[in-house]
Design a protein around this ligand. Structure first.
Ligand code: MGD
Ligand code: MGD
Ligand code: MO
Length: 586
């Protein structure tokens, strides 16, 4: 993000494009409510009437899969109404003429059928965003990232902020409000195929030398090609390019699209290791499971989406054979011939992060403990951290200018047809989390919502199929067929089915298309074609659903027992006793 999350409260306009904070990030949602209370304008563009739409000044009911057409048209409406900050464009950007050449084909009238947006509303929204004082923030989420032309849509969002000068000043710019509590941290620390920690390229010779020196190894030992991406694992196994796989904190058989096919592919691996805190479907088919500690059992640093490092400490000691992730990695490395020894996370932070990444050098444990956080860039020990990036229009391209980019609209990959007439759009819900290994193992949460989960459909789609609210239904696509429960919902558009990817029985990833973009290799989870159908015998369906659920739970329990060694049993008993006596002492 170019701004800090707290600063969102002080913007003049927040534009939410494919982002549903009330469900996904309640704390950010709260900031948005406060911004509204302080007088900010809110624009929401989403195919669903999401909760924030209720407090929006303009709600734009876009059609699924329209992003590039919408953004081009939004930019068109900015240019057409004379809302471009020409001086800022001249001084701080390049590529404006080429940008206009693309965008000028997308008048609100020309895109109306693709976006579903009335031209007058498009112009009004463009005015509201471009003219807001003191700043506007364009927020996006998975509605952008999990669509076709996702990288291009991000380029467009950046360009729109630049041409209106709604970036480069406090509390402005771009807020790709990232997913998990530490997805930003994983990227910061180099858990990406092309970067060392701090976004330093694995193919840059000088950078390689720096890391080789720090790790006391000859530079030749560092691979000079970019690694594979998670969404490529399946087909690379098929192609014989991958034989072994270590999977840390991911349950691909629940969360990757076309999950059935992925299972067949992972079964072909010669060797498969899972490092997790629960028995998952992916762990179940692994040769080895290394049990890790959970957030309450370890300490470390999380980076929030706005580049804020936050130190957190352990609440309880680990149980049984569970070890910290960092300790597992260090041990694996040592056993594979590169000794790695750390005493604690502070040592890792100082040696692997601060010493090697200039923008994090000033973010010491002491500072995080004192202030509670440090926000990068934080280059020196006395630096307070940086809530805002690009102040004064200083961008990170070599010439210091932002490069404006636009492209033509291509549309989604698998469009509805007669056989599969509905758009399958997969999203989140507030009560359960991602692969549901954590929330699905929590009784209070499963009491609130449980298998097989829900498919949200409009009253019209329900009625035309004789489906009633809460009925069990079939949902199917070219890739699979599952049972789920109908949620008849007047907040969703006709022609689409919204499923959350949490459910193990109502698993939408058995239906979703595996298609990734060429740059980031992110799956197009927001759009594929499907059909739904009523089930006449609801009593049978309830029974069938329950059987499938019990069978899966039983299988996972058996798999977990098989992994639990006698040694662990003993240690577990001991640590139970210890924590009981610790509790008594406390
Ligand atoms: N309770 C809970 N919270 C979570 C998670 C969870 O599983 N449970 N997961 C976390 C993770 S990993 C992430 S990444 C974040 C994601 O959080 P969000 O980005 O909010 O994710 P989604 O709900 O998947 O999608 C956002 C919105 O995109 C809209 N959308 C669908 N199609 C389109 C389209 O074509 N164009 C546009 N512009 N919008 C479209 C959807 O209707 C939806 O409202 O949430 C995090 N928070
Ligand atoms: N159809 C569809 N599919 C999607 C999405 C979608 O919108 N639609 N969203 C995608 C997105 S944005 C994301 S981020 C992914 C998320 O998908 P996943 O990453 O697969 O799911 P999570 O539930 O976040 O967590 C993965 C695993 O980490 C384990 N875990 C938790 N804490 C720790 C720990 O401290 N150490 C270790 N080693 N393991 C731990 C959990 O038990 C869990 O099994 O799903 C993606 N899949
Ligand atoms: Mo995510």
């Amino acid at each position: 993000m170019s701004c800090g999350t707290p600063g969102m409260e002080d913007a003049g306009c927040l534009f939410l494009f494919g982002y549903n904070p009330n469900t996904s990030h309640p704390l950010v949602a709260r900031r948005i409510v406060r911004a509204k209370e302080k007088g900010a304008k809110i624009i929401v563009a989403d195919p669903r009437f999401i909760e924030t739409a209720r407090i929006a000044d303009i709600y734009m009911p876009i059609k699924n899969g329209c992003n590039i057409a919408f953004l081009n048209s939004f930019a068109y409406a900015i240019i057409e109404q004379g809302l471009v900050d020409e001086e800022f464009v001249r001084e701080h950007t390049t590529g404006y003429e080429d940008f206009v050449k693309v965008v000028q084909k997308y008048s609100p009238e020309a895109t109306k059928d693709i976006t579903g947006i009335d031209p007058a509303m498009m112009r009004e929204a463009a005015r509201m965003y471009a003219t807001a004082e003191p700043s506007s923030i364009l927020c996006w989420g998975m509605g952008v990232c999990q669509s076709a032309q996702n990288v291009e849509a991000v380029h467009m969002c950046a360009a729109i902020a630049c041409i209106t000068h709604q970036i480069g000043k406090p509390n402005s710019g771009l807020a790709p409000v990232r997913g998990q509590n530490n997805v930003q941290g994983a990227c910061d620390m180099g858990a990406l195929p092309n970067f060392f920690p701090g976004y330093q390229s694995v193919t840059d010779p000088a950078i390689k030398q720096k890391f080789a020196d720090a790790w006391h190894i000859p530079v030749e030992q560092l691979s000079d090609h970019v690694g594979y991406k998670i969404t490529d694992i399946g087909h690379l196994v098929d192609e014989g390019k991958i034989h072994g796989f270590v999977c840390m904190g991911e349950d691909g058989l629940q969360t990757e699209p076309d999950a059935k096919k992925l299972k067949e592919q992972l079964m072909k691996l010669d060797f498969n290791v899972t490092i997790d805190i629960f028995m998952t479907q992916t762990a179940e088919i692994s040769d080895v499971i290394l049990p890790a500690t959970s957030w309450g059992e370890h300490e470390g640093v999380f980076s929030a989406c706005d580049r804020t490092f936050q130190y957190f400490s352990a609440a309880v000691p680990p149980k049984g054979e569970c070890r910290h992730d960092w300790d597992i990695i260090a041990d694996l490395s040592t056993r594979m011939g590169h000794p790695m020894h750390y005493e604690n996370t502070k040592q890792i932070w100082d040696e692997e992060c601060r010493a090697l990444w200039p923008a994090a050098y000033g973010a010491t444990y002491e500072k995080m403990e004192g202030l509670g956080y440090a926000q990068w860039p934080c280059p020196t020990l006395d630096h307070p951290g940086s809530p805002d990036l690009f102040l004064g229009g200083n961008f990170s391209m070599p010439d210091g200018k932002a490069k404006l980019m636009a492209c033509d609209y291509e549309g989604p990959t698998e469009v509805p047809d007669r056989e599969y007439p509905l758009v399958l759009c997969t999203v989140r819900e507030v009560g359960h989390y991602s692969c549901r290994s954590m929330t699905g193992n929590c009784r209070e949460l499963t009491d609130l919502a449980d298998e097989p989960g829900y498919a949200h459909i409009s009253p019209k789609e329900a009625e035309s199929r004789g489906i009633k609210h809460n009925d069990l239904i079939w949902a199917y696509s070219r890739r699979g067929k599952i049972i789920t429960r109908a949620f008849v919902d007047d907040r969703v558009n006709d022609g689409a089915v919204y499923m959350t990817y949490q459910w193990w029985i109502g698993k939408c990833n058995d239906l979703a298309l595996h298609h990734v973009d060429t740059r980031s290799h992110t799956p197009e989870d927001k759009y594929s074609a499907c059909q739904i159908e009523r089930i006449d015998d609801q009593v049978w369906a309830e029974q069938h659903c329950m059987e499938l659920y019990m069978e899966l739970k039983e299988r996972l329990a058996v798999a977990a027992d098989g992994q639990f060694s006698e040694l662990a049993d003993e240690q577990f008993a001991r640590s139970e006793q210890e924590s009981e006596s610790a509790a008594v002492l406390n």
